[in-house]
Structures are given as structure tokens and as C-alpha cells.
Design a protein around this ligand. Structure first.
Ligand code: NAP
Ligand code: G4F
Length: 327
């Protein structure tokens, strides 16, 4: 039997690690692109955490370096390419708008150019995002909802989204956009709000911290588990025709209520610890996101499997274990 080959950009990130694990379980040979870091022990912690570091072929590259990407794609000969690499933190996108445009926006076109030039038969997944809906134009956002991004990150992703559609229509590539709503896990970066909360709750419970400082706790998000969402990425590339799909749970919750789940899980009162810090408010906010994943369910039977309560308690427990082990 021929072994299928997958290439993942952003393999060291949250989704890259879970996707690599899923593809290895399915018998794929997985190659992941890693950007050089000055500290060898930093980039691979998620792959180590999942116990798959030795099973993924890691190659040196950067989404900004087209020459490296071309060589990597030529050598890897992938059947499927998942472009997950990005400057993905919305707050940083106001501090580094040009870098965000170059990596998150143009970086996708570097990958699409590789397909067009040397791998036109490969199937391509682009990590699009609910941030493109921004100032929402419909109460429940679907594939037909008009976009209105509210950050340099959202604008960069919208460019990548439309370039993916354009290359599909112009060159007949099997290129699909997954419009994924927020998804989290114990491997989420600690700068994102769910993990910031679960890490802080664990620290407070262990007596290492007293307060949790947050910005806009009235913002609402449609949060799911990354482990469920990478399955949708794979399913999209198994379809005969490329297309774009919303992936979401269909439930939205305030940051405050998400926090309350975490505090309640360890028997603490949120009001004893939460401090609102105006410095953490964003220049332009996405107040509410709520996805409609009906198209993905109809096309390939995908549904979110993990409730917000199960997700947040898994994250708090993982943070308590991590902090206790490092004590
Ligand atoms: P993440 O944890 O921030 O991972 C981002 C990855 O991109 C990391 O592996 C990072 O490498 C890599 N990267 C950054 N700049 C790069 C560059 N110039 N060249 C090569 N690699 C680079 O993000 P995630 O949560 O896994 O999300 C995966 C993708 O889905 C991202 O494109 C994100 O924007 C998008 N997305 C995420 C969500 C969500 O809720 N998680 C929702 C919708 C869309 P380092 O390890 O070296 O930093
Ligand atoms: O966790 P967040 O930083 O995620 P955000 O901005 O929704 O972006 C994430 O999801 C997108 C999908 O919609 C991805 F495309 C993107 O790459 C990323 O993964 O913030 C969530 C909400 C925001 O409304 C923010 O203002 O939480 C609010 N918030 C309140 N206090 C905070 C904080 N966010 C962070 N990060 N830190 C706070 O202290």
C-alpha cells in the first residue's frame, strides 16, 4: 500500500501538533516545517507533549522564504499540504502589522505558488478564521456571511482566504479554506484568553498567584476543542471537490462565563480574583462570534464532540499537573 505524505506548516503550533498526531494515526508520513529558534528546547514542546516528536520529519524553513519552501515541497512530494503557519495572535497584529501581513497573508501565497509551480496535484488546506467576520453581519456566521475584519490579523487572513479561492479558480488546484472558529486545548499558547485563564486558575489554586487580569470579559466566542477541529481539516481534503467550510460548535459564551467554569472547577469564587485591566482592551474588538457548521455536517458529517465545560476543565487539570510537576 502506498503511504500518503503530508506537509504541515506551523507543525510546532497547537493545531500543527494535533494534526500531525491525527495524520500519523492514519498512517501518513508527516513532514513539518520549523522556523529556526535560538533555543532548540522551545520549538518542539507540543510534539513532545503528544509523544510524537520522533515520528515527524522536521525541516528547516520559514513562510517568508519562498526558495526554502520550494525546495521543501519538491523534496517532500506531499499528497496534502496544510498551511497552518501564521502570526496568529490578534493583539500582536496591531504591534506588528507588516509582519502579520507578510506571514499570515502573503505567506499563504508563497505556499500556493509552490503548489502551482511544483505540486499542482497536491491538495491544499488554508487555515482561515472566524476573525474575518469581525463586526458580524449576521447573527450566526456561515460560508455566505459577508466579511468585516477588525484587526490587521483578520485582514491578512482575508487576503489569504481569497487568494486560496482565486488559485483554486484560476489554476484548478484542490485548495480549500477551513473557516475555523476559536479552538483551544492544553496546548494552546498562554497569551490566548482560555489558556491565560486556566493557567492563572491553576496558579491561584496552588498558591502561586493571587489575581487574574483580563480585558473585555463581555466578548463572546464560539469555543471548541482543537483535537476535534483538526479532524475537520483532514476531512476537507478527502472530499472530491475543494470548497470552503465553517467549523464551529454553534454555541457562544462570554469570556466571563468561560472563566467562571474554570474557577468553579477548582472550588474558587471568580469575584475574589478577577481584575479588569483597561490596558488589555483592543483598539477594535470582535464582540461576538457564533458559527453555523451545517455545511460541514451535511458534506462530511463533522460535528464538535467536546463541550466548553469539558474543554476548560481538561485545560485546568493539565495546567495543575504541569505546574505541580515543575514545583
Ligand atoms: P499557533 O499555535 O500560534 O501556531 C502558529 C504556528 O505558525 C507555529 O508553529 C509557529 O511557529 C508558526 N509560524 C509563525 N510564523 C512563522 C513563519 N514566519 N514561518 C514558519 N512558521 C511560522 O496557532 P494555532 O492556534 O495552532 O492555529 C493554527 C492556524 O490556524 C493559524 O494559521 C491560525 O491563525 C489559524 N486559526 C486558529 C484558530 C484557533 O482558534 N486556534 C482559529 C482559526 C484559525 P513557532 O512555533 O516557531 O512560533
Ligand atoms: O483568546 P483570544 O486572544 O482569541 P481571538 O482574538 O478570538 O483570536 C483567536 O481566535 C481566532 C478565531 O476567531 C483565531 F483566528 C486567532 O488566531 C486566535 O486563535 O481572545 C478572545 C477574546 C477577545 O475578545 C479578547 O478581547 O477574549 C478577550 N479577552 C479579554 N481579556 C482577552 C483578554 N484576550 C486575551 N488574549 N487576553 C486577555 O487578557
Amino acid at each position: 500500500m502506498t503511504v500518503k505524505r503530508a506537509l504541515i506548516t506551523g507543525v510546532t503550533g497547537q493545531d500543527g501538533a494535533y494534526l500531525a498526531q491525527l495524520l500519523l494515526e492514519k498512517g501518513y508520513a508527516v513532514t513539518g516545517i520549523v522556523r529556526r529558534s535560538s533555543h532548540a528546547g522551545v520549538f518542539d514542546h507540543r510534539l513532545k507533549w503528544l509523544g510524537i516528536l520522533d515520528e515527524v520529519e522536521l525541516v528547516d524553513g520559514n513562510l517568508l522564504d519562498q526558495s526554502a519552501l520550494l525546495r521543501i515541497v519538491q523534496a517532500a512530494k506531499p499528497d496534502e499540504i496544510y498551511n497552518l503557519a501564521a502570526q496568529s495572535f490578534v493583539t500582536s497584529s496591531w504591534q506588528q502589522p507588516l509582519l502579520t501581513g507578510q506571514v499570515t497573508g502573503l505567506g499563504a501565497v508563497h505556499m500556493l505558488e509552490c503548489l502551482r509551480s511544483v505540486a499542482p496535484q497536491a491538495r491544499y488546506y488554508q487555515a482561515s478564521t472566524s476573525e474575518m467576520f469581525g463586526l458580524i453581519q449576521e447573527e450566526r456566521q456561515s460560508e455566505t456571511t459577508p466579511f468585516y475584519p477588525r484587526s490587521p490579523y483578520g485582514v491578512a487572513k482575508l487576503y489569504a482566504h481569497w487568494m486560496t479561492i482565486n488559485y483554486r479558480e484560476s489554476f484548478g488546484l484542490h485548495a480549500s479554506n477551513g473557516i475555523l472558529f476559536n479552538h483551544e486545548s492544553p496546548l494552546r499558547g498562554v497569551e490566548f484568553v482560555t489558556r491565560k485563564v486556566t493557567d492563572a486558575v491553576a496558579r491561584i489554586k496552588l498558591g502561586k498567584q493571587k489575581e487574574l487580569r483580563l480585558g473585555n470579559i463581555d466578548a463572546k466566542r464560539d469555543w471548541g476543542h482543537a483535537r476535534d477541529y483538526v479532524k475537520a481539516m483532514w476531512l476537507m481534503l478527502q472530499q472530491d471537490r475543494p470548497d470552503d467550510y465553517v467549523i464551529a460548535t454553534g454555541r457562544t459564551t462570554t469570556v466571563r462565563d468561560m472563566c467562571a467554569i474554570a474557577f468553579k472547577h477548582v472550588g474558587l469564587d471568580i469575584d475574589d480574583h478577577l481584575v479588569i485591566d483597561p490596558a488589555l482592551f483592543r483598539p477594535a474588538e470582535v464582540e461576538v462570534l457564533l458559527g453555523n457548521p451545517a455545511k460541514a455536517k451535511a458534506a462530511f458529517g463533522w460535528e464538535a464532540q467536546t463541550s466548553l465545560e469539558a474543554l476548560i476543565t481538561e485545560m485546568v487539570d493539565a495546567d495543575i499537573r504541569r505546574l505541580s510537576a515543575n514545583a
